[in-house]
Design a protein around this ligand. Structure first.
Ligand SMILES: Cc1ncc(COP(=O)(O)O)c(C=O)c1O
Length: 441
């Protein structure tokens, strides 16, 4: 046996960091040690206002007592139980609570992340079509500039070139409708842009190309987050629903970001009044305390699988940690907290203030668009010549130095604070970002 290398606590090399410029980060690391409510504390004791709810996920704020205690109790009581041909009560309680949040959805399938939720939803869609005798419907349609996680399914229906280029399109039979981003028509729209409902008709182009009998499902983010907060034009999602209905195509919403209050409603489906056949969630489901995701299925989908011999597994899909007891405990406590504190309503009430605050940055150097909905905002900057994304990265770094954490997606500064944010903290975010943008070259 070879002697084990002594691990140094401050050796940053062994961790291959996800979605990170590893060499740059390890040259000047930003390490977080603690978090409470609206703030992180760095390892050197600096308080950072969290304008991103972690990664769009800590919707109720950090370190919430009731969630922490529920997790502590559960891990001591039942650390793990399988959900394959076995069960534990919390998983059923959670599924019942979730389906009662929204009429029309009768089952949830549990996963551990957004990526798993997406791949699960795609698999359910294809299997459902087969179950109802539409087995030729295998093609999956995504949208340019979409982000659906990093599994092979999600990557393939996703529309971000950087996420795809190293792997090509490994899932065959995938196509994309065009995105909805249009600076010429819609720049500086407050909330949903007026122009662009007709962009949904692009789905008709793909139906004409492939024939509806070959298409299983269309997946879109109701509000695209990771490509810089792209808010759907008025009527666009409704139109997409109509075209799907016309052609027997399932509509999947990826609500990994929009779920659990981000738009000031329980889910985007409620916010926009459009009902997809399946929708994915993760992140806010457990306030990110313990990883968890889920797929909501509209009435009838599960039933289509419930035939054949009763002793047979109906769908050969699932994860060891599907409905992990500790994640279920975290999610139940999270949903209670959302309700007790009225956090979805709070997000709705705050959103006009948020909208005016973020739009006050119009006119600052290099700002070419500002977009918002609920408690999300994207501030798009003109790219620096020959250095794409550098301006976004610099804004992120300088804001962090000034005590505010914002994200950047390419050239867009993205903000999605916890729903417990105070108006004075909204002002602090806007003051900080503004002061950085005023001096950034
Ligand atoms: C819309 C959407 N789908 C899927 C994912 C992937 O989620 P995860 O990183 O939990 O796999 C994300 C992550 O940001 C997302 O925004």
């Amino acid at each position: 046996m070879t002697a084990q290398k002594t691990a140094l606590p401050n050796d940053l090399e062994p961790f291959w960091m996800p979605f990170t410029a590893n060499r740059h980060f390890k040259g000047s690391p930003r390490l977080l040690a603690e978090a409470k409510d609206m703030h992180y504390t760095t390892v050197d004791g600096r308080k950072i206002l969290d304008a991103t709810a972690g990664l769009w996920c800590v919707n109720a704020g950090h370190g919430r007592k009731s969630i922490v205690e529920a997790v502590q109790r559960q891990v001591a009581k039942l650390d793990f139980a399988p959900s394959f041909n076995m069960g534990h009560p919390l998983s059923f309680e959670l599924a019942a609570r979730l389906t009662s949040m929204l009429p029309g959805y009768s089952q949830v399938f549990f996963t551990n992340s957004g990526s798993e939720s997406v791949d699960t939803a795609l698999k359910i869609a294809v299997a459902y079509q087969r179950a109802i005798g539409q087995g030729t419907r295998t093609r999956l349609i995504g949208r340019e500039r979409g982000y659906h996680g990093v599994g092979f399914g999600g990557m393939s229906v996703g529309g971000m070139v950087a996420n795809r280029k190293m792997w090509g399109t490994m899932v065959p039979g995938v196509d994309h409708i065009g995105h909805t981003h249009n600076l010429e028509k819609n720049a500086f729209s407050k909330g949903q842009p007026e122009w662009g409902m007709h962009l949904a008709d692009d789905l008709e182009r793909l139906v004409a190309l492939h024939d509806a009998s070959n298409i299983a499902a269309v997946i879109v983010e109701p509000v695209a987050g990771s490509t810089g907060v792209l808010v759907p034009p008025k009527g666009y999602l409704q139109r997409l629903r109509q075209i799907c209905d016309k052609h027997g195509i399932l509509l999947i919403f990826d609500e990994v970001i929009t779920g659990f209050g981000r738009l000031g409603s329980s889910f985007a489906t409620e916010h926009f009044g459009v009902k997809p056949d399946l929708f994915t969630v993760a992140k806010g489901i457990s306030n990110a305390t313990i990883p968890m995701g889920a797929v909501f299925c509209r009435k009838g989908i599960y039933d289509a699988f419930m035939n054949g011999p009763e002793g047979m597994i109906e769908m050969f899909h699932g994860y060891t940690y599907s409905a992990h007891p500790v994640a279920c405990a975290a999610a139940l406590a999270t949903i209670d907290l959302y309700r007790e504190e009225g956090l979805f309503e709070r997000a709705a009430e705050l959103s006009p203030y948020w909208q005016e605050a973020v739009h006050s940055m119009k006119g600052l150097p290099n700002v070419i668009d500002i977009r918002n909905l609920g408690l999300t905002a994207g501030i798009e900057l003109a790219p620096r010549k020959d250095a794409p994304t550098a301006r976004g990265m610099d804004t992120h770094l300088q804001c962090f130095e000034k005590g505010v954490m914002v994200r950047f997606a390419g050239e867009t500064i993205c903000m999605s604070p916890p729903l417990i944010i105070q108006k004075s903290q909204i002002d602090q975010i806007v003051d900080t970002v503004s002061s950085v943008l005023k001096t950034l070259h």
